[in-house]
Design a protein around this ligand. Structure first.
Ligand code: ADP
Length: 365
């Protein structure tokens, strides 16, 4: 505290000294000019005594003027610099204490406050961003805890029921299957959370390699053969043959798997799932269409959010992370994803990807 006061005194003395030097310089110049003009034009001669008396008086005046300037400067500084700075630092301290709701009122629109107002606008934006990140973080923790608790509780119940002594073979198999299904769900949830976390923290760097996208799509589709046969879903394909792309095949595989698994999950027996792939020299476009339950505009606004599940009747078959992962991967690849859907009629997910430099160069050659 003492050190701070000393600094302040030193600062005031410094300001006073600068004003003193300035005033002394200006007054000396004026005096010299005055004496020269008076003695040359009006032939007035100044005695040494006159000059010494005037110099003493002027010196006193210069000290007074510089003191007055110092006071005016201190008041100006207090009002125009210290006060806004204090507002900003107080708000900064509140943010440090975890209060992200704090906002600073802009100062008056005078030009003098322009810089402070832009700092304040920047600060308010930062506080808003931090607030939404904090909300996302707490929501994320709440969602993860909820998603972890549900399968664990189900497994616990099945475990307890399995301990009953007079259990039929059929029931025993059913409960054991319940435990296996839920542990699988838990494992997939944790894998998805870890993947998403890595993707969001940029810990996964896409490895670009040239590969056959047509073949990858067909393979991904074939993985669901058992599902579409079991549910009696028709498959339509319009996959252009031999479309090569320079991208990360593993990450893209994740995209097709999630989109196809949703298409089959939300399509009832007798429905159709169509997959198409077309390309020009720059982009490849994949469309996955289903005749399932469709997505309402209200649901559509949230489907790419983490843990969002619009259709709760299939909640047990997913964890609301699939499309968040898909979106993140497509963003990393600098592609585009869009969805067209009508509730009750079906949905089309379209993914547009750049084919990569190699292919563009090949075409140019
Ligand atoms: P989940 O794994 O729970 O399906 P997703 O992130 O993959 O989570 O999907 C989020 C929500 O988007 C789903 O709960 C569903 O409401 C909606 N959705 C996604 N794909 C489709 C689709 N093909 N048809 C209808 N609704 C869909």
């Amino acid at each position: 505290m003492k050190k701070l006061n000393f600094k302040r005194v030193l600062f005031i003395f410094n300001s006073w000294f600068v004003f003193f030097m300035l005033a002394a310089f200006v007054v000396t110049c004026c005096m010299t000019l005055f004496i020269t003009v008076m003695s040359e034009t009006l032939n007035i001669t100044f005695t040494e005594e006159n000059i010494a008396a005037a110099a003493k008086l002027t010196f006193g005046n210069v000290i007074l003027i510089s003191l007055l300037f110092t006071v005016i400067d201190a008041v100006r500084r207090r009002l125009m610099v210290d006060r806004p700075t204090k507002r900003i630092t107080d708000a900064g301290n509140k943010i440090t204490d975890g209060d992200f709701s704090v906002r600073i009122q802009p100062l008056s629109e005078s030009y003098a406050y322009e810089s402070f107002n832009s700092i304040i606008a920047c600060f308010n934006k930062m506080a808003e961003e931090l607030g939404s990140v904090e909300t996302l973080r707490t929501d994320f923790i709440a969602n993860v805890s909820h998603e972890l608790k549900t399968p664990l509780a189900v497994m616990q119940n099945y475990g307890t029921m399995l301990q009953a002594p007079d259990l039929s073979e059929e029931k025993r198999i059913e409960y054991a299957k319940g435990i296996t299904d839920n542990s699988r769900r838990l494992a997939s949830l944790i894998t998805n959370i870890l993947k998403l976390n890595k993707l969001e923290n940029q810990q996964i760097f896409p490895v670009s390699k040239r590969f056959d996208l047509s073949e990858q799509l067909c393979r991904s589709l074939l993985q669901f053969e058992e599902v579409w046969e079991k549910k009696g879903i028709d498959i339509e394909t319009d996959i252009e043959y031999g479309i090569y792309i320079s991208s990360d095949a593993e990450l893209l595989g994740l995209v097709w798997n999630n989109l196809l698994s949703n298409a089959f999950k939300f399509t009832e027996s007798g429905g159709t799932v169509s997959v198409s792939l077309s390309a020009d020299s720059v982009c490849a476009t994949v469309r996955i269409t289903d005749t399932g339950c469709g997505i309402s505009p209200e649901t559509g606004a949230h489907i790419f959010e983490k843990f969002y599940q619009g259709d709760t009747s299939h909640a047990m078959q997913g964890n609301g992370l699939g499309l968040a992962l898909v979106k993140r991967v497509v963003d990393i690849m600098r592609g585009e994803i869009s969805v067209e859907s009508e509730a009750g009629k079906g949905s089309t997910f379209t993914v547009k990807l750049k084919r990569g430099e190699d292919i563009e160069r090949e075409k140019a050659d």
